[in-house]
Design a binder for this molecule. Structure first.
Ligand SMILES: Nc1ncnc2c1ncn2[C@@H]1O[C@H](COP(=O)(O)OP(=O)(O)OP(=O)(O)O)[C@@H](O)[C@H]1O
Length: 298
């Protein structure tokens, strides 16, 4: 385990912002913090980084209490972006790299490598204020990972970007993870977690709704989704045992069932009707789990 949060809570003037978070981030994993506005994601990250003191609970990193020496091994992309608009890209990265104890030469080599990866080598000596939002975000990411941290914490790394830049940043994040870094990121978009993460923590109003390995969470949840595609009228399936919900989109019917055991009787009914193009049983989506636990959509 890289990181463990035990009974972590934080209040501001008596208002609870983070309420008893307990979770383990496996070494080398990609871990998503999912939650809406004010869910407590940023506050949790700030406590991990030692920028805020918890009201109660503890944080351990590689089985030791987290302290300043350790936080130097962490890369952090803050939600409030922290680049200096008047500095040139290379000046800014050199400054931040040197604070992390890197030599100028190492910083320059790494910077070249990353600017090329992001296909923006021409931005090296441009002032940060002259760059588009997406390109500033790339520089911000480079700033947080230039020292090759083992643990990378990214607060809303994909927010406010166009789809092309979201893909570019996702690819970079996957690559950092593939090279061995443990990555924690926050988002309010389920699909980012669904696509990138092995583990997640859903936060709602400071409380941990569910956390852990996504496959395990899905399998424990029990509910499944059935997709049926074909020309027959299958509306009657809505009334079969175990069916919680049914939607029809053109020739496709999507059913939510309470448990996998209800899939076979449904299958047996539809084969009586003749040929079908598709009968598929899927795991529930993170969205389904969120709605069932929180009572509304994110
Ligand atoms: N320094 C502070 N002083 C007082 N209240 C705070 C402070 N920081 C955060 N809060 C409150 O704590 C709660 C959690 O905020 P936090 O920023 O951690 O949420 P978040 O999940 O990161 O949300 P967002 O996606 O909107 O950034 C909110 O109600 C917020 O107003």
């Amino acid at each position: 385990m890289t990181l463990e949060l035990n009974g972590l809570s934080k209040s501001f003037n008596g208002q609870v912002a983070v309420d008893d978070i307990n979770l383990k981030v496996p070494a080398g994993s990609m871990y998503g913090f999912l939650g809406g506005n004010g869910a407590g994601k940023t506050t949790t990250f700030r406590m991990i980084l030692g920028l805020l003191q918890p009201s109660s609970g503890s944080i351990t990193y590689n089985d030791r209490k987290i302290d300043y020496d350790v936080t130097n091994e962490i890369g952090y992309l803050p939600e409030e972006r922290g680049l200096h608009p008047k500095l040139k890209v290379d000046e800014q990265i050199r400054y931040l790299g040197q604070l992390k104890g890197m030599s100028k030469r190492d910083i320059d080599t790494k910077l070249t490598e990353w600017l090329e990866r992001f296909e923006v080598p021409e931005n090296r000596s441009k002032r940060i204020e002259k760059l588009s939002k997406g390109n500033q975000q790339k520089i911000q990411l480079i700033a947080s990972i230039i020292h090759d941290p083992k643990l990378i914490i990214l607060d809303e790394p994909f927010s406010g970007l166009d789809p092309v830049n979201v893909e570019t940043l996702k690819t970079a994040v996957k690559e950092l993870n593939r090279r061995g870094a443990t990555i924690i990121f926050s988002t309010h978009r389920m699909e980012h977690v669904e696509e990138l993460c092995e583990s997640l923590c859903i936060l709602n109003k400071g409380k941990q709704v569910v956390s852990g390995n996504i496959d395990q969470i899905k399998s424990d949840f029990g509910q499944k989704e059935i997709i049926i595609e074909g020309d027959h009228d299958v509306e009657f399936l809505r009334n079969m045992p175990g069916v919680l919900d049914m939607k029809q989109i053109r020739r496709k019917s999507i059913l939510k069932i309470e448990d996998e055991k209800y899939a076979e009787p449904i299958f047996n009914e539809i084969v009586k009707l003749g040929y079908f193009k598709r009968f598929q049983v899927n795991e529930p989506s993170i969205n389904d789990i969120f709605i069932s636990k929180v009572g509304h959509e994110l």
